[in-house]
Design a protein. Structure first.
Length: 402
């Protein structure tokens, strides 16, 4: 069947920040992000910034499973239905042009598509990381993330169907999986998107748009395209790009918080009754649990966070679910927070728990068996779960602490 990619022009909504998927939310802005200028056009269009070998070496340096990975001709693509998750085979091929995406390494495909569409391959790598942690994480732990690593054309409706059984359209989602699923199609069509819309906006890129309640007049076409792809403030994109290659807006990257900035301990508890962990940076809350609640066993501090009053770090939002056995969930993603508040009655918003910044990653896992997330700053604990416990799917780095 011909894959008519032009049909998405007025319909695409790219999912960013879905509970249960393998997404990364960097915790600390690397400069004073100007929401109107996330990336310079000269950087956005620098399609020759990396060779195929450079891209593959970069993937290898980050421990990505996509380093040296050759794309197969057919990929089993999961998609949500009213009866649960189903799978369909999707050929990694563009029928209308006869272009094969299979048989190439991921690095070679990123290079080829970036050159063809005039997009910096670093934009594609950054988006891969922002959407699925595919550069630094093990996407193969989740079949959905492995098949939708750019979350290109994976809509909020599909996410709602996946999580709650609402907004399901089985036939549409099946065809979408055939047309856009699999790492080859995801990279090729997303890169096409970035190139197409860069030309599409022309001089109209500065027209005022509303993003997360803010009125923004974009100062570059590349910035406007990023908002088209993910209609939320581009802090995550900016943070990742800045950390890897320097600020994409040409700004000056600033240092991490100085040692003089006061920190607060991040405490961890375990409940055998609920089968859950709990984290708090509130010493009063910690002391109350230690002295007055036998359901929770104190496991000590896992590191240091920041009081948000210091202005350091990103806000970490906290949710609680009575349905999921008193589970708590933490995210720095405004998009993820807003989606839970507006669309998922299973979670009750409890406000900002603390602010996160530093050099120590906190790793995030999801268990569909236990309907729970797990967070750890212990790399050994992380590696042990990945290697030995199939109940937990690794989702990448949630935020950083000291």
């Amino acid at each position: 069947m011909k894959k008519a990619i032009i049909s998405i022009l007025c319909a695409v909504m790219v999912l960013a920040g879905s509970v249960g998927f393998s997404l990364q939310y960097p915790s600390q802005a690397k400069a004073a992000l100007n929401n109107s200028l996330v990336i310079l056009d000269s950087i956005y269009t620098d399609s020759g910034s990396m060779s195929a070998a450079d891209i593959n070496n970069f993937l290898y340096s980050k421990g990505s499973r996509y380093a040296n990975y050759t794309i197969p001709e057919y990929v089993d693509v999961p998609y949500p239905t009213s009866g649960g998750l189903q799978t369909v085979s999707a050929r990694q091929y563009q029928d209308s042009t006869g272009t094969a995406f299979y048989g190439k390494t991921v690095a070679q495909l990123i290079y080829d598509e970036s050159r063809e569409h005039g997009v910096n391959p670093r934009v594609i790598l950054t988006t891969l990381q922002k959407e699925s942690s595919a550069v630094s994480g093990d996407v193969f732990r989740s079949s959905t993330v492995a098949a939708w690593p750019m979350f290109y054309y994976y809509t909020e409706g599909m996410a709602n169907c996946f999580y709650s059984g609402t907004n399901c359209d089985d036939a549409t989602y099946r065809q979408r999986a055939i047309d856009y699923g699999g790492v080859g199609q995801q990279i090729a069509y997303a890169t096409w998107f970035f190139g197409y819309y860069y030309s599409y906006y022309g001089s109209s890129y500065s027209n005022q748009i509303t993003i997360d309640g803010q009125s923004i007049s974009c100062q570059s076409r590349g910035t406007r395209v990023l908002y088209r792809y993910t209609p939320h403030v581009q802090t995550s994109f900016y943070n990742i790009f800045s950390e890897w290659w320097g600020a994409p807006d040409g700004g000056q990257v600033y240092a991490s918080p100085t040692p003089s900035t006061p920190t607060i301990a991040l405490h961890r508890f375990w409940s055998s009754r609920f089968g859950k962990h709990f984290y708090t940076a509130n010493n009063g809350e910690k002391d109350t649990l230690v002295t007055s609640d036998s359901n929770w066993n104190y496991e000590g501090s896992i590191g240091n966070a920041y009081d948000c009053a210091t202005g350091v770090g990103a806000q970490v939002y906290r949710f609680w679910s009575p349905r999921f056995s008193n589970a708590h969930f933490y995210t720095t993603s405004v998009a993820e927070k807003d989606r839970l508040i507006t669309s998922d009655a299973n979670w009750q918003y409890e406000g900002v728990a603390f602010c996160a910044a530093g050099s120590q990653p906190v790793y995030r896992f999801w268990s569909s068996r236990f309907n729970s997330h797990f967070f750890t700053a212990n790399a050994g604990e992380k590696d042990g779960l990945i290697a030995n416990d199939r109940n937990w799917s690794y989702e990448g780095e949630a935020f950083n602490i000291n």
